[in-house]
Design a binder for this molecule. Sequence first.
Ligand code: ZN
Length: 115
Amino acid sequence: MHEMALMESLVEVLSEEAKKHNIRQIHKVKLIVGQLTHALPDALQFAFSVLRQYPPFSPEADLQIEERETRGRCQSCSAEFAVEDNYLFICPQCGGLAVDIIQGRELQIDFFEGD
Ligand SMILES: [Zn+2]
């Protein structure tokens, strides 16, 4: 379950940010999680429910997760499209195989709240 490791590193970042901003207790965290991270929201929630037992979190801290689908942009015709299959990047407009991933790799803290 790599979600626990992911959440541990996010918690580390959150702890440092909280210290920087003189926040003693974090009540709410919002994450943006791209499909390509293969991080399951339920597993992230579970990991968070374990880790929020320790400072600087409130034991009832809330975790919100915004999932982002995988999106690609064709290098030939610049079409942007949602990628249904995580491993198949083909432009639906021209069939091109040179596709840049423009969304889906995110794993970031959108914001957090505390006092
Ligand atoms: Zn194309």
